[in-house]
Each structure stands twice: as C-alpha cells, then as structure tokens.
Design a protein around this ligand. Sequence first.
Ligand SMILES: NC(=O)c1ccc[n+]([C@@H]2O[C@H](COP(=O)([O-])OP(=O)(O)OC[C@H]3O[C@@H](n4cnc5c(N)ncnc54)[C@H](O)[C@@H]3O)[C@@H](O)[C@H]2O)c1
Length: 255
Amino acid sequence: MQINGLNVLITGGGSGLGAATARKLTDLGARVAILDLPISKGQDVADSLEGGLFVDADVTSADKTAEAINTVCQELGSIQVAVNCAGIATGDRTVGRDNVPADLDQFTRTVTINLIGTYNVIRLAASKMASNEPNENGERGVVINTASVAAFEGQIGQAAYAASKGGVVGLTLTVARDLARHGIRNCTIAPGLFLTPMMEGLPEATRDALASVTPFPQRLGKPEEYADLASHIIENSMLNGEVIRLDGAVRLQPR
Ligand SMILES: NC(=O)c1ccc[n+]([C@@H]2O[C@H](COP(=O)([O-])OP(=O)(O)OC[C@H]3O[C@@H](n4cnc5c(N)ncnc54)[C@H](O)[C@@H]3O)[C@@H](O)[C@H]2O)c1
C-alpha cells in the first residue's frame, strides 16, 4: 500500500516506538490517530503532527477501545492501517526471595495489556478495514503488532512479559489467515533493545551494557528504525503472517 493518503491508527503512539512511527507516517503523507491512555503524552504527540488526532482509551477495555476506533473512523472517514505499540514491561521471578511465589495479578495485567489488548485492537480495527474499498491489489488494510525478542529468549524475571509477547507471535499467522479473505495483512515486529523513554530511565552504564551485547550495530535501536520497518511492511504487499526480528542479531542471555 502506498502510505501517502492512508489513515493510520497507532496505539501507544504517545511515546517511544509508536510516537516515532506516527511522525514517520505523517511525514510520508498519512493521517495519524493516536490511541493511548489519558495520562499519556498522546495528545501532545497528536498536536505536533499535521492532521494528528488523539483518542484516549485503555486497549484492554472492549467498550472504550471500540468507542475510540468509532471516533477515529468518524473523524477520518476510514482506517487502512493499525499499528499496535501499546504495552508495558514488567519483571518478577517465578519464585522470589524467601521462596515467595510471583504476583499473579501482575502476570495477568501484563498478559491482559500486551496480548489481549493487542488482539482487541486487531479485531476492532480489522472489522472497520473490512468495509474499505480494496485498492488495485485487492488490499483493504494492514495490521502491525509489536512483540519482543523476549518472546523467544525471555530473561530471568520476564515470564509474564515473554508469555505476553509469545502470544502476539503465536497469533500472527492465524490472524493473517483469518483476515486474508478481507484483503487485510497482519505482521509483527519483534524489537531487540530500543532507546525509548522506558530505556532512557536506565543509568548510562546499564544502557551501555545492554548495547554491548548486541553484535552489530553495537548500540540500542533508534525508534526511527522501528518506524522504517513499519513503513516497509505497509508498502510491501508480500509481507504477511510474519514475525520480523529487528535486533542487530542480539540473543538475550538469561540475565
Ligand atoms: N523499547 C524497547 O526496547 C522494546 C523492545 C521490545 C519490545 N518493545 C515493545 O514495543 C512497544 C512500545 O514500547 P516503547 O518502548 O515505545 O514503550 P513506551 O513505554 O515508550 O510506550 C508505550 C505506550 O503504550 C501506552 N500504553 C500502555 N498501556 C496502555 C494501555 N493499557 N492502553 C493504551 N495505551 C497503553 C503508554 O501510555 C505509552 O504511551 C511495547 O509493546 C513494548 O513492549 C519495546
């Protein structure tokens, strides 16, 4: 799909990878709607974009997310692209100090936001895309999700995060198959270590240590590099049902 003229929904677009993608796609001529929490910087990012729109919703709420996507479709007329960047990173050992079991509520919350929230947006956005007029290649839309390399080699303490991202990897091909009859593609990006507000909070020595385990280039990824891949997925019609690692060949060690 040519990006110029498309309407794009980006969850978690108030920060990090989602905000960089919002800027890139706007520069390429798309109109971007950011869906993020009311406490996020989503409104500020939307205000900084030409034609940008902000809708607040928690991706785990079926009703609020449906309402937000309805608003986007009313304002923009339609959506052709949905990028799922909303997510949280949590850590907890399965059995911790003094043999205390992991907090089950935190596990549930992580899976609910990262996996169920992603699927909630996929199903709602795709149901809107299914009514689009197909383009000359028969395409009605594209969905891009965000997993993590932790889906494949989660580190110590990452059981909840790894499970949530493993779930996103697991649904990628199946959703692509489900949506094929509607002319909608579905792909997932599995980033390595990227310099976003999450990482910017870490001490420089810790960031340097993380960068040094990446074979090449030996640095953290730039959010713009995620945005570049998201743009390419939109443009390349043969990319479908695939999980693409974007990680400088990093393979996370146990700790
Ligand atoms: N930064 C990295 O190194 C990295 C690596 C692998 C995967 N990821 C994944 O990429 C995605 C984006 O990460 P980021 O680094 O840009 O993080 P970030 O914290 O900078 O941005 C995440 C955004 O998601 C929003 N969000 C959180 N919970 C939400 C909810 N329930 N409903 C709606 N919005 C919600 C936040 O408000 C925030 O704006 C996440 O899914 C993350 O797990 C990031």
